[in-house]
Design a protein around this ligand. Structure first.
Ligand code: SAM
Length: 276
């Protein structure tokens, strides 16, 4: 069917009332009821022509509707809360075969087995598992053209943080090793029903085309875990188990620096040296 059938669906507040979708904290449920906002998130995903788009946690389906309005070939949604199935069935009735609804825990699903490339992920993620889901996807980053994801503002800060800043840490290095990271939109807590305690932000991630091919995310995880595990210590001490001063000398890095002072490129150099 057509986009106009989607336009004829009832307002999201009516959908939430009809299916009695009282938000459950344990599922990180904070719904976006403003279709202008969900449209903007879908727009930030860029050109989705030919892609299968995965949405984790569609809830009542505001973002799902916007995604079905894009040029994506297919939209696959994975929702843990069965109460949302009625709302999603109504959207499917208006959009036909382009929407596939899966009930389950997204942490247990390997998205790459569900559809061939090109793939993209667009989601307003449940806060309690957002970082864990992202790390899973970063391990297979070449499987995706892009990821457009809503997080708590604090997680978005960490993803995009630059060296020397308080927010710069493991997540910053791992994400920026894998991807170009762009924070594209900030949303106040009041944009959600019910409002969470903190503000949110949308981050657009695309795989880095200049990512070094001789090292991998696992090596970066090893180095950053040691370095940031004791982030207030000098690197000569925190990196002792991986080679300490000798390793830092070979990397041309001042052993008196702390993890937060190194660039992503310097972490890559360390990863390369511990590999050899
Ligand atoms: N996309 C909707 C929106 O923007 O209004 C809802 C977003 S809400 C922040 C997160 C959604 O993820 C909820 O619908 C929740 O039930 C779902 N969810 C929570 N944990 C999940 C999991 N492990 N796997 C799949 N969905 C999950």
């Amino acid at each position: 069917m057509t986009v106009s059938a989607l336009d004829a669906l009832p307002p999201l507040r009516d959908v939430i009332a009809r299916y009695q979708l009282m938000a459950r904290k344990a599922l990180g449920q904070h719904f976006l009821c403003d279709l202008n906002l969900t449209q903007r998130i879908a727009d930030y995903a860029g050109d989705l022509t030919g892609c299968t788009v995965f949405e984790i946690g569609p809830g009542p389906g505001g973002l799902t509707r916007a995604l079905l309005g894009t040029a994506a070939t297919k939209v696959i949604v994975i929702e843990k809360d069965e109460r949302c199935l009625g709302a999603l069935a109504d959207i499917k009735a208006a959009s036909g075969d382009r929407l596939e609804v899966i009930v389950g825990d997204a942490l247990k699903v390997d998205l790459t087995t569900l559809a061939a490339a090109p793939r993209a992920i667009v989601a307003n993620l449940p806060y309690n598992v957002g970082t864990e889901l992202l790390l899973n996807w970063l391990h297979q980053i070449d499987a995706y053209n892009s990821m457009t994801l809503m997080f708590q503002a604090e997680v978005a800060d960490r993803l995009a943080a630059k060296p020397g800043s308080k927010a710069f840490g493991r997540l910053s290095v791992i994400a920026q090793f894998c991807c170009n990271v762009r924070r594209v939109m900030d949303l106040p807590a009041a944009a959600f029903t019910p409002p969470p305690k903190v503000n949110s932000a949308v981050v657009h991630l695309t795989p880095r085309t200049d990512r070094p091919s001789d090292i991998d995310i696992k090596l970066l995880e090893k180095v950053t875990m040691a370095a940031f595990g004791q982030r207030r210590k000098m690197l000569r001490s925190s990196l002792k188990p991986l080679g300490g001063e000798e390793l830092l000398k070979r990397a041309g890095i001042n052993p008196e620096l702390r993890a937060e002072n190194l660039s992503v490129t310097e972490f890559e150099t360390l990863a390369r040296l511990i590999k050899s």
